[in-house]
Write a protein that binds this ligand. Structure first.
Ligand SMILES: NC(=O)c1ccc[n+]([C@@H]2O[C@H](COP(=O)([O-])OP(=O)(O)OC[C@H]3O[C@@H](n4cnc5c(N)ncnc54)[C@H](OP(=O)(O)O)[C@@H]3O)[C@@H](O)[C@H]2O)c1
Length: 292
């Protein structure tokens, strides 16, 4: 069996590619604008699966990490991002179905409006921002396909490598550079460690689970609390974290308040234990001690 990862040049796709390859899987990966050794070029809008130099008959799963992921850009460049994130993605899924390859699609907590939080897989979706609308449209296509698929809804995935541009390391960077950060006390998220996510995807495959799963850490925090924890746990004396409300900030697109996901369905099906945020911060402190 082999697995193809579309968008293996990105953050999650790259981690998945390395993890699955290191764990004995035969993995093929693609890039779009950022070539990497060993990856094949694939563009959502224009490339054809059947033209890739791979044996499609050997491939069982196609993991779709390819997307334009900047949510405000999805609002300000609606036509371009719709072509990629919706039309191009559905075009790829159709090609996967045609070749009997099961798609694994990364969706988002932003398919929900954020009014209540603790959303499970049975809750109604009503996105308030463009990026969430685009993801919902692809989810709809999969859900109505009558084919095997996996939708993994994920949220605020972080790494522990300095300068990886994710939540904790970015906060660390900004604070040591003496910045004053305004973080919301009324916006709640479930940050999830990328090392957990790649293992979770491997488990979905191994256990032959299909359908929609929320794959996030069951903890939830306000953004302000996360910034405070980073500052205190990493013992950063510079910079400042100042509380504010969502209404005090302006963005090109709306921001939902509480899109925390309930991941009980996934946890019950797999027995998986997510890493706690405090443990990740302890691990990051070790990384920093080694680096400094
Ligand atoms: N990271 C999170 O916290 C998070 C949360 C919720 C959902 N997600 C979803 O998870 C998936 C992976 O996210 P990520 O954080 O790893 O994203 P990322 O780092 O921004 O990577 C995006 C990937 O998509 C590729 N790509 C972009 N436009 C493309 C196109 N037109 N055709 C083909 N490939 C294209 C990029 O290729 P090049 O770089 O080579 O151009 C890159 O490999 C995305 O679907 C994202 O929406 C992520």
């Amino acid at each position: 069996m082999s697995i193809i990862i579309f968008g293996a040049s990105g953050f999650i796709g790259g981690k998945l590619y390395n993890y699955l390859s290191e764990n004995g899987k035969k993995v093929i990966g693609t890039y779009n604008n950022s070539p990497r050794d060993g990856l094949l070029h694939f563009n959502l809008e224009s490339s054809d699966l059947e033209k890739l130099e791979v044996n499609l008959e050997e491939i069982q799963y196609g993991i779709i990490c390819s997307a334009i992921t900047n949510m405000d850009y999805c609002k300000t460049n609606e036509t371009e991002t719709y072509k990629n994130n919706v039309l191009g993605t559905i075009r790829l899924i159709k090609q996967l179905f045609h070749n009997n390859i099961t798609p694994i699609f990364f969706s988002t907590d932003y398919v929900f409006d954020g009014d209540k939080g603790n959303y499970d897989e049975t809750d109604d979706r009503s996105p308030v921002l463009k990026y969430g609308e685009q993801k919902k449209e692809v989810e709809d296509f999969l859900m109505q396909s009558n084919k095997k698929f996996i939708i993994a809804r994920i949220a605020k995935v972080y790494g522990l490598k300095l300068n990886d541009g994710t939540l904790l390391t970015t906060l660390y960077d900004e604070l040591i550079n003496g910045k004053t950060l305004r973080y919301t006390t009324d916006q709640f998220i479930s940050p999830t460690y990328v090392g957990d996510l790649v293992m979770a995807i491997e488990l979905l495959i191994k256990k032959k689970l299909y359908g929609c799963y929320n794959v996030v850490s069951p903890e939830s925090f306000s953004r302000f609390k996360i910034a405070q924890l980073v500052k205190s746990k990493l013992r950063i004396s510079t910079g400042e974290v100042v509380p504010c409300l969502l209404k005090d900030l302006t963005f090109p697109d709306k921001r939902p308040k509480n899109t925390c996901l309930n991941s009980n369905k996934f946890i019950e099906a797999t027995g998986f234990k997510f890493t706690l945020l405090e443990s990740s911060l302890d691990a990051l402190r070790y990384v920093l001690n080694d680096t400094l």
